[in-house]
Design a protein around this ligand. Structure first.
Ligand code: ACO
Length: 436
């Protein structure tokens, strides 16, 4: 962190002395005011529900400029990574800070694929779930359970343990997501096949059966890989902050990532692609494109509680660069599968068109986010709607673990412990039960 020549001065209207606060400069993006000593100097906390104005850490991994619609992993624009690199290169970049050359990529891929199998006992654990359990409920359990299987990589303070748990998590997530899917439909689990690409292996574990040959469709493989790249990291979002907070207590990496999975499940976060597709399905049932206008009226009515899922973003207030790339992929996949006339895709386009021209959305700077299209792509690929968030969790695992490892290596890291503005009752005495 670089100390700025600029300082912030906090003054009070009650005559208390002013307080000077240091300001730090990042390499790019807004400066931050260091309030760490504020409580000691003033007896006051700052108040910022939802952390809208608070930098919770310093990080060198991902940078977002929400106004420009820019997303950089380790400085590289997402557009370049999505079109010139694959997910393994992206994982290497996020974890170690550099894009690998051919040899480093081959070594890294080998180290990851070495860990694609899960303990054979995992299937017995999985069997304890109802077949109709939500895959994210299963994933929260399975990822947390990894800590019960891999005792040799649970010490978060040991850099070797952190590295091996990172590789294990990246390698095993596709296996676990596919197992959760196969369990839900009663088909046998498919073991990973390490000569396939990361995305190709995932497709095979999802859709192959032991009784038939399975050929990976290269268009779908590339689309899946792009979904993984676009979802790999997104700086200090809710699930990543959850992973950091959870990991800050020194818990093991598998437990911290399980916390991230749980957070991602929510419809305001990773659950949005599922919610978006369910929304399109509902409009379709109501009468399809003809009902789009009526649906939009509901969205704009604050009392209806209806939101246009897949629209809006806490940080992007111009456009979500991932949405553009996903829209491109969406067209490619639908074209390759002969689904250009897919009614849900047409519906999504109609909704997008209206929203982009409607003052409600324009004035609030609401644009499609990545989830608006990723659901349509995944559905076309054959991934069931309730698995979408599991696929997102699979892709985000590398980001979570890179951020967790960065935090643990940061000499300034402390256990997370936010404060509060207390508005409850002042001290009072318990009355005997007969007198209450
Ligand atoms: N549909 C209708 N109105 C919306 C939407 C939406 N999707 N999103 C925001 N608004 C409105 C809000 O009601 C609010 O209106 P007001 O100013 O009249 O009160 C205004 O736009 C600002 O919205 P906020 O809720 O303050 O925006 P915030 O940054 O807190 O929320 C969020 C962002 C949670 C993503 C929100 O836009 C939303 O719920 N979108 C739908 C869910 C979604 O697609 N989530 C995916 C996020 S991306 C990801 O996780 C990969």
């Amino acid at each position: 962190m670089k100390l700025s020549a600029n300082k912030a001065t906090l003054s009070f209207s009650n005559g208390k002395p002013n307080i000077d606060l240091p300001v730090y400069e990042g390499t790019v993006g807004p400066d931050v005011i260091d309030i760490r000593k504020l409580y000691g100097q003033s007896g006051m906390f700052t108040y910022d529900p939802g952390f809208l104005s608070t930098a919770s850490c310093q990080s060198a991994i991902t940078y977002i400029d929400g106004d420009k619609g820019e997303l950089l992993y380790r400085g590289y624009p997402i557009e370049q990574l999505a079109t010139q690199c694959d997910f393994m290169e992206t994982c290497h970049l996020l974890l170690y800070g550099n894009l690998p050359n051919a040899k480093a990529k081959a070594d890294f891929t080998k180290r990851v694929t070495n860990h694609t199998m899960v303990s054979e006992q995992m299937q017995f654990f999985l069997r304890g779930f109802r077949r109709d359990a939500h895959p994210m409920a299963i994933m929260t359990g399975l990822v947390g359970a990894l800590s019960a299987f891999y005792h040799d990589s649970t010490d978060i303070n040991n850099p070797e343990h952190r590295d091996i748990s990172a590789l294990r998590l990246i390698a095993k997530m596709p296996t676990l997501v596919a197992m959760a899917y196969k369990y839900s439909i009663g088909q046998p689990y498919m073991y990973p096949q390490n000569n396939l690409s990361y995305a190709g292996n995932f497709m095979r574990m999802m859709f192959a059966t032991p009784c038939d040959d399975y050929k990976v469709n290269p268009v779908i493989e590339r689309a899946m890989d792009r979904i993984f790249i676009l979802h790999a990291d997104h700086e200090q979002n809710a699930s990543t902050s959850t992973v950091r907070l959870c990991g800050s207590s020194g818990t093991n990496p598998f437990a911290a990532i399980a916390a991230g999975v749980a957070c991602l499940w929510g419809p305001a976060h990773g659950g949005a692609n599922e919610a978006c597709l369910n929304m399109l399905g509902e409009i379709q049932k109501m009468g399809g494109i003809e009902k789009v206008g009526h649906f939009m009226e509901q969205v704009k009515d604050k009392n209806s509680g209806v939101k246009l899922m897949g629209f809006g973003h806490r940080v992007y207030k111009n456009y979500d660069p991932r949405a553009k790339l996903m829209q491109e992929t969406c067209k490619e996949v639908l074209g390759a599968l002969g689904l250009e006339k897919d009614p849900l895709f047409k519906l999504a386009m109609a909704l997008e068109k209206i929203a982009l021209e409607d003052d409600y959305f324009v004035s609030r700077k609401l644009y499609p986010n990545v989830d608006f299209y990723s659901g349509i792509v995944q559905r076309a690929i054959g991934i069931p709607v309730n698995m979408f968030t599991g696929v997102f969790a699979l892709a985000r695992t590398v980001g979570w673990i890179a951020q967790l490892n960065e935090m643990i290596s940061d000499p300034e890291y402390k256990i997370g412990r936010p404060r509060q503005l207390f508005t409850g009752s002042v001290k009072r005495d318990v009355l005997p039960i007969a007198k209450r």
